[in-house]
Design a protein around this ligand. Structure first.
Ligand code: OAD
Length: 247
């Protein structure tokens, strides 16, 4: 067992019936997907993500926002799950009630084999109609950017949650329920500042769960978590799984 992992935590995980995990951009960092608050590179260096990921930005300049997502889709398309994603998928197979809640839109948790995944901020690989708010699977290539909805002619956009938009209600309800009813709550690779996801570990704490943070940096949760494991998810999560089930 690595020295950073308390033995009591491994025992707790091994015997837990209900575990929830919240992940953020940090878990995909080791897959080569830049975190949300990392500086952007290349053509996009002069834009702040918070200024592009809004319905207002899309209405003002749909081409710019669509192209930014094309660039991000390109990065995500090349990324593969890393040992951190794989460890969470493995945890799900050991724990009777395991809920994975993610703020990531990259789809890497499912690719790693996780089955029950609540994608609170949507999925960048899906596209929907801005006007109808319905998923669109395919559209004729007319060269227009962004393309248009084959049903109503509205503009197409990524099926992600932008700043100021509502989260998918059923998924958010399930996430709150999982946080309030788990024995162990893992908070992995998130700066824990964007609501409502940022409140989930605090709901878990209030309900008496053991809350474990996995992050190389400090966050608003660090001082409150039961355990704060400082390091990369791709190293610490496999070590945690090994300590709990492979000793
Ligand atoms: P952030 O970019 O805010 O935070 C990434 C976190 O990951 C930071 O706390 C880093 O310290 C940590 N980190 C970096 N590398 C890591 C590693 N190898 N292992 C573990 N942790 C690592 O991303 P999020 O917290 O996911 O929402 O951001 C939350 C939301 O803010 C995003 O989903 C996005 C944005 O607004 C929307 O677009 C709606």
């Amino acid at each position: 067992m690595t020295p950073a992992l308390p033995a009591a935590l491994a025992g707790l995980l091994r015997s837990a019936k209900r575990v929830a995990a919240l992940t953020g951009a940090g878990i995909s960092a080791e897959s080569g997907v830049p975190t949300f608050r990392d500086a952007q590179t290349g053509l996009w260096a002069r834009y702040r993500p918070e200024e592009l990921a809004t319905p207002e930005a899309f209405l003002r300049d749909p081409k710019l926002v669509w192209e930014w997502y094309e660039w991000r889709r390109g990065i995500v398309g090349k990324a593969r799950p890393n040992p951190g994603h794989v460890a969470l998928a493995e945890m799900e197979r050991h724990i009777p009630h395991f809920t994975l809640i993610t703020q990531n839109v990259d789809g890497l948790h499912r690719e790693a084999g996780s089955r029950r995944v609540l994608e609170l901020h949507g999925n960048i690989r899906r596209t929907k109609c801005f006007d109808e708010n319905l998923v669109v699977e395919s559209w004729p290539d007319t060269g227009e950017v962004p393309p248009r909805c084959p049903r109503c002619g509205g503009l197409l956009r990524p099926d992600v949650v932008w700043f100021g938009e509502m989260l998918p209600e059923a998924d958010l309800t399930a996430a709150v329920e999982a946080a309030e009813n788990c024995e162990v709550f893992l908070c992995v690779g998130t700066s824990a500042v964007v609501e409502p996801a940022a409140s989930l570990p605090f709901y878990a704490l209030r309900a008496g769960a053991t809350v474990v943070e996995v992050n190389p940096g400090k966050t608003p949760l660090t001082g409150r978590a039961s355990y704060s494991l400082r390091g990369a998810a791709g190293e610490l999560l496999p070590a945690l799984v090994a300590a709990a089930w492979k000793h």
